[in-house]
Design a binder for this molecule. Structure first.
Ligand SMILES: N[C@@H](CCC(=O)N[C@@H](CS)C(=O)NCC(=O)O)C(=O)O
Length: 202
């Protein structure tokens, strides 16, 4: 089994997930700056030209960070990061989706619509990027109100993939000048909790 990965929040999500579970895998570094994600051999693995990609020993290819994490959850169940029963699994799914759709998308749009790197991938609208940049603090403010009930992690009492997804959004936001506002104490506390885990350095 091999993980094709490199720079970026999605590879980072999978590496944090693996570190939480103590999984080590052979890794193949894909260098965007050398265009390795567009090389014909890589496009055979992922026709979208994106990382991460998990290649199983039998030739099965799994793309999409969350799908890769789900596979690793099945093969390495401890500690559980996708919930343990009907309610907790639904909550983790709910919060992972919310983190992706509400926060990741907003911050990601700033990168997609401003970085030269993406100019061949989509039509860029810098004005849209600016509206998303202004929206980012409002998305964190929404999360802050949600966390005001004092729960330690997004889906409740236990750390989960939802915290990994939202955690990398904080990291990505910083890289693009969109820090979590200091006034959002609940989110700040949660963010510190996530970053103080050994897996954060993965
Ligand atoms: N939905 C995919 C997104 C993968 C993705 O966008 N990966 C980025 C790096 S974080 C990438 O490979 N970008 C290169 C490109 O889009 O050209 C996932 O969750 O894995």
């Amino acid at each position: 089994m091999k993980l094709y990965q490199g720079i970026g929040p999605n590879s980072y999500r999978v590496r944090i997930f693996m570190a939480e579970k103590g999984i080590t895998l052979p890794m193949v570094d894909i260098d965007f700056f050398k265009g390795e994600h567009r090389a014909p051999d890589f496009l055979k693995l992922n026709s979208l030209g994106q990382i991460p990609v998990l290649a199983l020993d039998d030739g099965t290819i799994i793309t999409e960070s969350v799908a890769i994490c789900r596979y690793l959850e099945e093969t390495h169940p401890e500690p559980p990061l996708f919930g343990t029963d009907a309610v907790s699994r639904a909550k983790v799914e709910m919060w992972n989706r919310r983190a992706e759709l509400v926060i990741f998308t907003t911050i990601g749009n700033v990168a997609l619509h401003t970085e030269d790197f993406f100019k061949d991938r989509l039509a860029q609208f810098p004005a849209f990027a600016e509206t998303e940049r202004k929206a980012a603090p409002t998305k964190w403010a929404w999360l802050d109100r949600e966390l005001a009930d004092g729960r330690p992690f997004l889906a409740g009492e236990h750390f989960s993939i939802a915290d990994i997804t939202a955690g990398v959004c904080g990291w990505l936001g910083e890289a693009f000048g969109m820090e979590i506002p200091d006034s959002l104490e609940n989110v700040k506390r949660w963010n510190e909790r996530v970053r103080s885990r050994p897996s954060w350095n993965a």
